[in-house]
Every structure is written in C-alpha cells, then in structure tokens.
Design a protein around this ligand. Structure first.
Ligand SMILES: *[C@@H]1O[C@H](CO)[C@@H](O)[C@H](O)[C@H]1NC(C)=O
Ligand SMILES: *[C@@H]1O[C@H](CO)[C@@H](O)[C@H](O)[C@H]1NC(C)=O
Ligand SMILES: *[C@@H]1O[C@H](CO)[C@@H](O)[C@H](O)[C@H]1NC(C)=O
Length: 275
C-alpha cells in the first residue's frame, strides 16, 4: 500500500509533564452532539463503553479528531458525509460485525509524507511507512501562535523556540474559530507561509510540526510551504490536531495506529508510550 497520507490515522496522545497543572474533564469538552459516557458503573450488565478524551486523571489527552459525517474535508462545502457502513452484521446473521469506511486519506488528524508533494519521492516509495517513529514520539512543545497573523518568518522568530526542541504543536486562531468543527472547508485558516516554513527549517531543530487545521501551509502558500518542509524528508507534518483547552507547555507526544469497527475509534491510532 502506498498512500501518501496515513489513512485516517493518528490518535495522538499527549502526556502531561509532571510539573504541569491538572486539567479537568470540563476543561476539555467532548464534541458537541456526542454523548459523554466517561463514567460507567461497575454493574456487569451496564454495557456502557468508556469514551474519554482525557485519561489518567488529566495526564493524557486525546488530540485527534473523531470521524463524524459533519467534519470538514479538503476544499469542500459538504463535509465528509456518510463514510461508514456495516456490510456484515450479527443482527443480520453474520458471525461478526464488520464495518467499511470510505474516505479521503486527508480526513481528520493525519500526517503528510514526502511523497505527498514530490512526485519522485512518491515513485521511490517515500510513503507514511518511511516516517521516523522516533520523531513521532517524544517530548513536544505546545505553543500559542499570535492570533493576528499567519505563521511567517517574523512570527516564528517571535516565538523564541529554543534550539534542541524537536517537536512543536502550533495552536492558532483555527482552534479559537473551531474550524475543525465546521462542515464547510474554510480557506482563510492559519498556516505557514513559505518564509515561515523556511525560517523553521533553517533556524530550528524542529522535526515534527503539528497544527490545528487540515494543512500546515496557509492556503495562499499551499504548495511552496509543503515543498520547503518536505524536501529534506526529515520533517513530519501532523495536521488537524485537536488542541482545544490544553495549556501551552511541554508534553510527551504519542502516536498510535489501529482500526476498530466502532464509530468512535475510527481514528487509527499509531503507537503509544509514556513520558
Ligand atoms: C453490531 O451491529 C449491530 C447492527 O446490526 C449493532 O446494533 C451492534 O451494536 C453492533 N455490535 C457491536 C459490538 O458493534
Ligand atoms: C439487515 O438486512 C436487511 C435486509 O437486507 C437490511 O435492510 C438492513 O439494513 C440490514 N441491517 C444491517 C444492520 O445490516
Ligand atoms: C492567513 O492567510 C489566509 C490566506 O491563506 C488569509 O485568508 C487569512 O486572513 C490569514 N490569517 C491571518 C490571521 O492573517
């Protein structure tokens, strides 16, 4: 399989550093319209699954988006739409339930591989399986980007991210505007301009760049910024992170992959670790 994006992949988990203050469930609300069943009783016949977005008393946050019909997809007014079906079901006599998904690989929280924007990298096989797991897991800094601008060289400079920091999750106006919770794609999202991307590549040790909408690159610099980031085949781009209500600071980022046939767990989750 040679996809250029992880097929819907990533559940990224953040583990709070020991020094951080604890956050409550209330500070990290579930997506509107979904049921919060975070607590289930110990009665054996109360079959209510636990669907948390925070775990371990606020030490771990799920920072990937759920797949829902109303979530935005790239440059479309209509959103994702129906992507899930159940071709085999126990209620209809099958031995097991078996779901089927059909959706663009750029949907929800995902990573970009070098083959995404370089045809010769694609042909040579630089797909998501070639991404460095060491980059995808480890200490990460969550920063708030000034809200008045896209991420330009000047903005990058103003963030004063120390040398040696290898993973940064950029929280922007996109989170305030709740763009990932709106069905219609919005081209005015915040992302990196070409000079911002270039500044990061030339002046920092950052190898994992995370952002809170469907592209790290601003619409106006879409391809140029991607080219700058991915040409060296060292930087991994993580797009459409869910960073609501998480305090800026140092975390440990974890990435796991997997698929399940339950609606909630369609995030394929890639790997996990502790701090
Ligand atoms: C199996 O599919 C049925 C629909 O036929 C559904 O009601 C049930 O919840 C599913 N079970 C599981 C474990 O997903
Ligand atoms: C079960 O089969 C019936 C008849 O083919 C179909 O109408 C129904 O949608 C199926 N239900 C599930 C959950 O697959
Ligand atoms: C970011 O750039 C987009 C164009 O790609 C523009 O529509 C938007 O207004 C800019 N956002 C800010 C905060 O400057």
């Amino acid at each position: 399989m040679s996809t250029t994006k992880t097929m819907i992949p990533l559940l990224l988990l953040l583990l709070l550093s020991p020094l951080s203050t604890t956050a409550s469930t209330a500070a990290y609300p579930t997506i509107p319209g979904t049921i919060d069943t975070s607590v289930s009783s110990s009665q054996p016949d109360n079959l209510i699954p636990i669907r948390n977005e925070i775990y371990g008393n606020g030490k771990i946050f799920d920072i990937s988006h759920r797949y829902i019909n109303d979530m935005p997809v790239w440059d479309s007014k209509d959103g994702l739409g129906k992507f899930l079906s159940l071709p085999a079901s126990m209620k209809n006599g099958s031995l097991a339930n078996n779901s089927e998904m059909k959706l663009p690989t750029h949907t929800g929280t995902h990573v970009d591989s070098p083959g995404h924007v370089f045809d010769h990298y694609f042909d040579s096989g630089f797909d998501v399986d070639t991404l460095d797991l060491e980059v995808l897991n480890g200490p990460a800094l969550l920063v708030d980007v000034p809200r008045h601008s896209n991420i330009t060289a000047e903005v990058m400079k103003s963030l004063h991210i120390p040398k040696g920091v290898r993973r940064v999750l950029f929280r922007t106006l996109n989170t305030d505007r709740r763009l990932m919770f709106k069905r219609e794609f919005d081209r005015s999202y915040v992302g990196f301009t070409k000079d911002g991307a270039k500044w990061l590549v030339d002046n920092t040790d950052i190898k994992l760049v995370g952002i809170d909408y469907l592209s790290v690159a601003a619409w106006s610099d879409l391809i140029p910024s991607h080219l700058v980031f991915l040409e060296g085949r060292e930087i991994i781009l993580v797009e459409a992170l869910k960073l609501d209500d998480i305090q800026p600071g140092v975390y440990s980022v974890h990435c796991r992959r997997g698929i399940s046939n339950k609606m909630r767990s369609h995030q394929m989750i890639t790997f996990s670790v502790s701090y």
